[in-house]
Design a protein around this ligand. Structure first.
Ligand SMILES: Cc1cc2nc3c(=O)[nH]c(=O)nc-3n(C[C@H](O)[C@H](O)[C@H](O)COP(=O)(O)OP(=O)(O)OC[C@H]3O[C@@H](n4cnc5c(N)ncnc54)[C@H](O)[C@@H]3O)c2cc1C
Length: 380
């Protein structure tokens, strides 16, 4: 059973899947062997129109809607999580924030590079004492002369060690905090006082790295403020719904591939003279994964259709992110079990998927935070 978002996207899916299988999957194997993303990857994605998909055409973007973008995320995540991150770098929070809130000067300086993958941006909100409780950030920006001076630390910032510009959230009014006291700043990589102090490798694939950043007496001009002073939370929250839907679709794609690999292996692997596929214990695992995947997919596609129709979906995007990220964790666990030893050995995709999908329950608002928001709406 293949549910679809709409008829047009059903047609497009076949072409994206072909591209993923023929062009991206060999790169995924290379990444597994070397731990590095080959240099030809960005030009390949650019050449096929996959970079900057959601950004304005004026800056080299594709002007695609959210459902189309999510379909591509879903298909790419059938191969390697890194490809979805590369899409997000050119169409996600940072470029969207600059397109929406930036001055003409900021847009011209950063957007074409971000949309085409020649510039890299990171988003720095999380700190050692402020993760889920983002309003507790301590990094502060004080006015000095015509500009600002930034002091503080950030950690777990995706790809910030490679970023040309970092979008940094800092407190500008300690009394107001989330209600007008946090401001977004664009900090270029060579700004004196800004440094990358550590790079962490996670449970996920090697190229997916998180960086710790330090800002010490880091002087910024007034032109580095993105949006209005005190509008930082608005900037950060702007792409929340699309971010959650993007994660949900990536989880659906990863689960789809895991189920496909599990079914294929169950048919080819013989134990005690019969294929695993003939065993009820294995069939039930496949059935549970297929049912959970179809249920989540239906919720995610229905929510995408409502967003596309301009509806306010309330906490539905949180429900999608929560249910999809929890579902893919269970599907990955069953896939490892069905593959036995092969599911645990480095270099086989199932093992890599199992590690990569663990990120989804923590990043972009953990499962507990999604539940908190859903419950808030239920109790209102
Ligand atoms: C792969 C990855 C990429 C990331 N990239 C970025 C990035 O680019 N930029 C950025 O700014 N941050 C990034 N983060 C950080 C991420 O946003 C935080 O890890 C996340 O918000 C959780 O914060 P924390 O790690 O401090 O955990 P904590 O907030 O300390 O939470 C610890 C645990 O307690 C739970 N918890 C917290 N509060 C409650 C509560 N009130 N009730 C019940 N349970 C609760 C949480 O769900 C979690 O399970 C990334 C994280 C990951 C894993």
């Amino acid at each position: 059973m293949q549910l679809e978002i709409n008829a047009d996207l059903a047609e497009m899916r076949a072409a994206v899947r072909r591209f993923t299988q023929d062009q991206l999957e060999p790169i995924a194997h290379e990444i597994d062997l070397t731990g590095e993303v080959p240099e030809r990857t960005v030009p390949l994605l650019r050449e096929h129109g996959y970079l900057g998909m959601r950004m304005p055409a004026e800056f080299g973007g594709g002007d695609f809607d959210l459902p189309t973008y999510c379909l591509v995320l879903e298909e790419f995540s059938r191969s390697h999580r890194i490809f979805t991150l590369m899409l997000d770098a050119t169409s996600g929070l940072n470029p969207i924030a600059i397109a929406r809130f930036g001055t003409r000067g900021q847009q011209e300086r950063y957007l074409t590079g971000l949309c085409t993958g020649t510039l890299h941006a990171s988003f720095a909100l999380t700190e050692p004492d402020a993760g889920s409780d983002a309003q507790a950030i301590k990094t502060r920006a004080e006015p000095r002369g015509d500009g600002w001076v930034l002091d503080g630390r950030k950690h777990y910032i995706s790809g910030a060690h490679l970023a040309d510009v970092v979008l940094v959230m800092a407190v500008t009014d300690a009394k107001k905090r989330g209600r007008g006291g946090i401001t977004a700043f664009l900090v270029d990589k060579n700004t004196p006082g800004f440094s990358v102090t550590r790079v962490d490798t996670t449970i996920g694939s090697d190229p997916i790295k998180l960086a710790e950043l330090s800002f010490e007496n880091c002087e910024l001009s007034s032109a580095s403020v993105l949006g209005e002073v005190g509008q930082g939370f608005k900037v950060a929250m702007e792409s929340l719904t699309s971010g959650r839907m993007g994660v949900a679709c990536s989880c659906v794609g990863a689960a789809d591939r895991l189920l496909e690999m599990s079914a294929a292996y169950a048919k080819e692997r013989y134990t005690f003279g019969k294929p695993l596929a003939d065993r009820q214990a294995i069939q039930w695992m496949l059935a549970d994964s297929a049912t959970e995947l179809a249920t989540v997919r239906a919720l995610v596609y229905e929510t995408l259709r409502r967003i596309d129709a301009g509806e306010d979906v309330g906490s539905a995007a949180s429900m999608c992110k929560l249910s999809a990220s929890e579902m893919v964790g269970r599907v990955a666990d069953r896939a490892v079990q069905i593959h036995g030893g092969m599911g645990l050995v480095r270099g086989f995709p199932v093992e890599r998927f199992y590690r990569d999908v663990r990120h989804y329950r923590v990043g972009e608002g953990s499962s507990e935070i999604q539940r908190m928001m859903i419950a808030r709406e239920v109790l209102r």
